[in-house]
Design a protein around this ligand. Structure first.
Ligand SMILES: NC(=O)c1ccc[n+]([C@@H]2O[C@H](COP(=O)([O-])OP(=O)(O)OC[C@H]3O[C@@H](n4cnc5c(N)ncnc54)[C@H](O)[C@@H]3O)[C@@H](O)[C@H]2O)c1
Length: 439
């Protein structure tokens, strides 16, 4: 919404949220999320045509177009628990919109939702005959955290799904006009509403599948003495495959991939498509396997005990350039290390506050240290969990001198110079390549 306000000064954009702390942060110098370039965009538009408020009722009444971007996490209770989308926030929002609306509105689904949710929204909105017309559009968000501003400014595509009725098509054209302020027309694509909803789930499933595919092969490389970087390079040179998204790692995280695939799996099961559901579910299973494999390898090579050893996690965010830690592999590894009675030290340039919140009540000995040199001092091992650029540029001779010996590095992102680290004295364990050990 900040990007829309920034690019289209003639629209007035009001962001409302039921969480007053978040709104206060959006109105302050300390935005609630870190995203390169976001602060500049917000500062340029805030107070001009971008406003943040907790007044949901007023926001609904005053707006002609309402983008619904509430959370749609995986359900943790009842039917479909652990798999289906929890639509309670979505449902509540639909009822709020119905209750407070006193003029016709266009409702835009921005949240990622199961197929046919727009129909449910429409039913709730029109269940009271108050003479108001609601047109529901699907406009899934394809931005990636860490590069959100770049992706919004120059998107691969903007997808708008609508019903094919005259008023549905008219509403679609209103939304097309907004994006056309800065996105070229050929990148604004239109479809029927169900295709639009499904495309978002499928895009995330394909992206996650690519990561799980290369990660599955990384396990084989470690056994077969092949090198995953060389394999990925050779495979990616094929233009039909392409070289993007082929970096093996400790596994994918983030709030979307797992939730959206499970959503897809649940939908397939709902339609009795067992084989299709099993196929996609395996993408999540490989990801869990990769995180567990990483952890068990640490335990195994560190002489089958981690008790009382200090282990430093380099990075806690689920990827670089974000402070978001939802479903981060570091979260999983930290908890498993605590179970093994290791003493865990976490360092991250942007995610320490979220890390501390995530691990509250986990027990064990966990500390949070911003400076990576201080964090790794006295540790037996470093595990690189996030591909922050700063880590590759650290002085590892200095770090080695300050660590307990033998010193280990587990590079869960393959971002370090492994030969060099080995030369310094570290025992080095990358992903998908043979380990380099001094014993
Ligand atoms: N995070 C991403 O990169 C990303 C990318 C694409 C799509 N999405 C989708 O966007 C949606 C939101 O994701 P997010 O990461 O921003 O989630 P989030 O949990 O960070 O934010 C959702 C916000 O909605 C607010 N909210 C809940 N109910 C409300 C109500 N009735 N009225 C007003 N505000 C309400 C919450 O307080 C919260 O601040 C999800 O469906 C997600 O799948 C997210």
């Amino acid at each position: 919404m900040a990007m829309i306000a920034y690019k289209c000064p003639r629209y007035r954009v009001t962001v409302v949220d039921i969480n007053p702390r978040r709104i206060a942060e959006w109105n302050s110098d300390h935005l609630p999320i870190y995203e390169p370039g976001l602060e500049e965009i917000v500062k340029a538009a805030r107070g001009r045509n971008l406003f943040f408020s907790t007044e949901v009722e007023k926001g609904i009444k005053e707006s002609e177009i309402i983008f619904v971007s509430v959370n749609t996490p995986t359900k943790t209770f009842g039917a479909g628990a652990g798999m289906a989308a929890d639509l309670q926030y979505w449902d509540k929002t639909a009822r709020q919109i119905r209750k407070y609306s006193n003029s016709n509105k266009i409702i835009v689904e921005k949240s990622t939702l199961p197929v046919k949710t727009a129909e449910a929204m429409k039913r709730i909105l029109t269940s009271e005959d108050n003479g108001i017309r609601f047109d529901v559009l699907s406009n899934p968000e394809f931005l990636a955290e860490g590069t959100a501003i770049r992706d919004l400014e120059n998107p691969d595509r903007v997808l708008i799904g609508s019903s094919q009725t005259p008023s549905g098509l008219k509403a679609r054209d209103v939304l097309v006009e907004i994006y056309a302020n800065w996105v070229s027309r050929e990148r604004i694509i239109i479809s029927n509403i169900w295709s639009s909803e499904l495309s978002k789930l499928v895009a995330n499933a394909f992206l996650a599948q690519r990561i799980s595919s290369i990660n599955a092969i990384s396990a084989l490389c470690e056994k077969a003495e092949a090198d995953i970087t060389e394999v990925a390079y050779a495979v990616g040179m094929d233009r039909r495959i392409g070289n993007k998204f082929l970096n093996a790692s400790v596994g994918f995280g983030g709030s979307c991939f797992k939730k959206d695939i499970l959503n897809l799996v649940y939908l397939c099961r709902h339609y009795d498509l067992k084989e299709v559901a099993d196929y996609w579910e395996a993408v999540v299973r490989i990801n869990d396997y990769q995180k567990e494999r990483f952890m068990l390898n640490m335990l195994n090579v560190m002489f089958n005990t981690l008790a009382n050893k200090r282990i430093c996690l380099f990075g806690f965010a689920f990827k670089a350039d974000t402070g978001d830690t939802r479903e981060s592999p570091a979260n999983f590894v930290a908890k498993r290390l605590v179970e093994e009675k290791a003493r865990v030290v976490i360092t991250d340039p942007k995610a320490l506050k979220n890390a501390a919140e995530d691990l509250e009540g986990v027990g064990g000995e966990i500390s949070y240290v911003e400076d990576p040199y201080e964090a790794s001092a006295g540790c037996s091992a470093i595990a690189v969990m996030t591909e922050w650029e700063i880590y590759a540029g650290l002085d590892f001779e200095r770090i080695y001198r300050s660590m307990a010996k033998p010193a280990f590095i587990f590079d869960g992102r393959n971002i370090l110079d492994h030969e060099k680290l080995y030369g310094i004295g570290f025992n080095v364990f990358p992903i998908g390549k043979p380990g380099l050990t001094h014993f």
